[in-house]
Design a protein around this ligand. Sequence first.
Ligand SMILES: O=C(CO)COP(=O)(O)O
Length: 263
Amino acid sequence: TRPTQNAIFMAERVPFMAGNWKCNTVLPEAVDLAKAVAKASEKASGVTVAVCAPAPFLAPVADALKGTKVALGGQDCHWEAGGAFTGAVSTAMLKSVGCEYVLSGHSERRSIFGDSDADVNKKTLKILEEGLKCILCIGELKEERESGETFNVCDVQLTEGLKGVSAEMMKNVVIAYEPVWAIGTGLTATPEVAQETHEYIRKWFVENYNQEVADNVIIQYGGSVNDANVDDLMACPDIDGALVGGASLKAESFSRIVNFNKK
Ligand SMILES: O=C(CO)COP(=O)(O)O
């Protein structure tokens, strides 16, 4: 358990490991991977586990995860309830196949598919309105880090992404800090670098919400998390979990991540 400083609320943030499979796997691989993750999670205690599978495989993956402790997540959604939006996936669809979580604002959605902060905000609100939990992804580009803008970028993405999200609604929001320069590059932020931004984010919640929200919000780190670096990252006081891309596609690596060593 990871108690925080606040004696009144005695928040204990349960570590949260989520795999983001992105645009990978075909059906049999997805089902096999889900089963392997479920098996690996059986012995993991005090940790929440989820996998964000590709949309076409959510239903069969949900079947494979039935009765296990692994939750299901979608990778993206539309902000409209439904209708003539070819190719889009609604939050009602995600909920109906058993999703508990949905990612909003992943950097690949922002940079490749053009999701603006306003779009991310609409998706976040829709996810919460649907009764699902939102994993809001934020993080700076390499150039932004190099020019000292990391905190400013996080401030803008949090401010814009969470417009209209009340303190009460924050109970269903997870933040994933994913520095874009660390995603898929093998360049993990050092625990010190990641912790510094996580601490900034938690303070942002003290200032923009309140101490209780700040103490309770789960802040995941994402960007080249693997079996070799997870323990050191998780030893940081403000890192509450990981959003894992590449290493979540290998059952063995993700098992090790789910069963990280608590320092
Ligand atoms: O984008 C990520 C998770 O959402 C991180 O991806 P990698 O773990 O492959 O760097």
